[in-house]
Design a protein around this ligand. Structure first.
Ligand code: ADP
Length: 261
């Protein structure tokens, strides 16, 4: 009987999960259709506004893609391959999109080291990860504030920080920090759970951080989050320095989530 109970609990959980996904997917499609309609109404007038609506539609579509990616396998995709990516170039390439997406309410400070190593990550996913983190940062600062986007090289010694689940070696450390509301420990503990969100329906999917974590993990890096209520949050992605191009996927590493500073 206990076995059966567990089985039906699992089925219920699965049903809830599928319902949640259908709901989130529907919200994203509504956002895409709405943005496209608004864009087409403004076509004769204001190119900046049209562009913003199109960016919104593209972003919602990307979120939809990462949602299906979640369903296809939480921590890895079977067709996933790593490639050599220049983080500095990727960041420069997305500056306009980022400032348009974030709107005028927040200030973005860039601190990208000049001599960044190339990294070995899934191509195209880095931009989506940074967008997700920056949107979270903005959402945590309803009254405005500063988002710092920083990147620098770090070499972890042999007795490397095991808490971060990293092996010794060279990493590009990517930091997205905000001066927002922060998170209490009981919230911080749950943020990597798929579908965990504190945002209103239609705004949050609860898939942003799990997606970013999966991305870092599949690259052989990890994610570390520190947060202090009332002061802000700092999300750090460790991305391994590139060795050979098109490496096979490494084994998973655990994430570190903790109170800071
Ligand atoms: P979503 O943004 O769709 O809610 P995420 O997985 O990206 O999904 O985030 C989960 C939750 O973690 C958010 O709803 C929010 O409560 C919290 N969170 C994430 N980033 C931050 C941040 N920078 N500051 C404060 N809270 C955050």
């Amino acid at each position: 009987a206990e076995q059966q109970l567990r089985q039906s609990d699992k089925l219920r959980a699965l049903g809830t999960l599928a319902g949640g996904v259908a709901h989130d997917f529907n919200n994203l499609l509504t956002a895409i259709v709405g943005s496209l309609e608004l864009a087409s109404k403004r076509l004769d007038r204001d190119p900046e506004t049209v562009r913003r609506y199109l960016d919104n539609a593209a972003l919602a579509a990307q979120r939809g893609a990462s949602l299906t990616q979640r369903l296809l396998g939480f921590s890895r995709r079977t067709d996933s391959r790593l490639a050599v990516v220049d983080v500095a170039a990727a960041m420069t390439g997305m500056r306009d999109l980022l400032s348009r997406t974030l709107g005028g309410g927040v200030e973005v400070e860039w601190r990208i080291a000049a001599d960044l190593w190339p990294t070995s990550v899934e191509p195209d996913q880095l931009e989506v990860a940074i967008l997700n983190l920056a949107i979270n940062a903005r959402d945590a600062m309803p009254d405005g504030g500063v988002i710092t986007i920083a990147a620098r090289n770090v070499s972890l010694p042999a007795e490397a920080d095991l808490e971060r689940g990293l092996t010794a070696g060279d990493y590009v450390m990517l930091v997205i920090a905000d001066t927002g509301e922060g998170m209490p420990p009981e919230l911080l503990e749950r943020v990597l759970e798929p579908f965990f969100t504190t945002k209103p329906v239609g705004k949050g999917t609860g898939l942003g951080l799990p997606m970013v974590y999966g991305f870092a993990q599949r690259s052989g890096g990890t994610l570390s989050i520190r947060s202090t209520p009332g002061q802000g949050t700092e999300v750090v992605m460790y991305l391994p320095r590139a060795g050979e191009a098109d490496e096979p996927l490494p084994e998973s590493a655990p994430a570190a989530v903790r109170r800071g500073p």
